[in-house]
Write a protein that binds this ligand. Structure first.
Ligand code: NAP
Length: 312
């Protein structure tokens, strides 16, 4: 078996991965963090993070992530861009296929996070970039003084609806129940905002569009089945997330929803493979919980490597 090039390889550069990298580097483990695109994960498309302790008044997601990155690199964490296609468990070492090339390590921390879920309605894909978006911070400014809708009732949907009131003439928040899931403080703000209208007990039934893009949608009442048309030029879909775990479905145990099964110790069913952040089975998915996971995963990896080294 080939000698491991790294002690730990961390897959994913969001808050969980970067914290794992910080702790692993401080523990003097030879560590590499691989990120598919841009370091920072979902926080890069988040406007204001209000519940990260130490920043009264909040801090912008990208700014917070830039600080995370600077901090972990300060302790010697190596970072690189690459897509991990497969991970092979050889027992004491793990092989990662990264853009077709092999890399080896003694422990892997899976911090691949999650991506926005689609509505799954006909025509959705064709309208992406022509009115349908999954990121208010990225696309909100394109919708100045026009009516738009946000779909969902969670923290993301309500935060996005509030943010979008800066641009849109009206924001229709479409939620499938008669009660929002979002944190109470966000609910209070949404209910008090004159630009936000809530379409309760409603789901999107279909899209309406012309050559220029989205022009409206048909909403269906989840109680009565009645439909009604709304005129909108933009629709921001915020109906939750899907964990990025497709490439490891044959490696570690997943739930039906695709989350990696692991408890607070971040251990998967495979020794030497740990999971941290939004892709793990957990009751809360926040920057604070991702950070906690990253720290624990790095400690678990360190202990695993020490045990391996003692067996030699
Ligand atoms: P979420 O909490 O899972 O909420 C998804 C929302 O979309 C729910 O209201 C759900 O309705 C609705 N929904 C799901 N599938 C739908 C469908 N097919 N059609 C219509 N509506 C649908 O997802 P999220 O808001 O993206 O948040 C993800 C995680 O990140 C959560 O843990 C959240 O707390 C966290 N987060 C935190 C903050 C913050 O702390 N500032 C900000 C953003 C996100 P039901 O309510 O009926 O299930």
């Amino acid at each position: 078996m080939s000698k491991a090039e790294y002690d730990v390889i961390i897959v994913g550069g969001g808050p969980a991965g970067m914290t794992a990298g910080l702790y692993a580097s401080r523990a003097r483990l030879k560590s590499l963090l691989l990120e598919k695109m841009i370091m920072g994960g979902q926080m890069m498309t988040t406007t204001l993070v209000e519940n990260w302790p130490g920043y009264p008044g909040g801090i912008d997601g990208p700014e917070l992530m830039a600080r995370f990155r600077e901090h972990c690199v300060e302790f010697g964490l190596e970072t690189d861009t690459g897509t991990v296609e497969k991970i092979i468990d050889n027992g004491d070492t793990k092989t990662l296929i990264v853009d077709g090339e092999e890399m080896t390590c003694k422990a892997v921390i899976l911090a691949t996070g999650a991506i926005p879920r689609k509505l799954g309605i006909e025509g959705e894909e064709a309208l992406v970039g022509k009115g349908v978006s999954y990121c208010a911070t990225c696309d909100g400014a394109f919708f100045r003084e026009v009516p738009i809708a946000v779909i969902g009732g969670g923290d993301t949907a309500v935060e996005e609806a509030l943010f979008l009131t800066r641009f849109a003439s009206k924001v229709i928040l479409v939620h499938r129940r008669d009660q929002l899931r979002a944190t109470q403080i966000l609910q209070d703000r949404a209910l008090a905002n004159e630009k936000i209208e809530i379409a309760w007990n409603s789901v999107v039934d279909s899209f309406e569009s012309d050559n220029s893009g989205l022009t409206g949608a048909v909403l269906k009442d989840t109680q009565t089945g009645e439909t009604r048309n709304i005129e909108i030029q933009g629709m921001f879909v915020a109906v939750g997330v899907t964990p990025t775990t497709g490439f490891i479905k044959d490696l570690v145990e997943l739930t039906e929803d695709g989350y990696v099964k692991a408890g607070e110790d971040t251990k998967t069913n495979v020794p030497g493979i740990y999971v941290a952040g939004d892709n793990r089975t957990t009751i809360l998915r926040q920057v604070s919980t991702a950070v906690g996971d990253g720290a624990v995963a790095a400690l678990m990896a360190e202990r695993h490597i020490t045990e391996l080294d003692q067996q030699k």
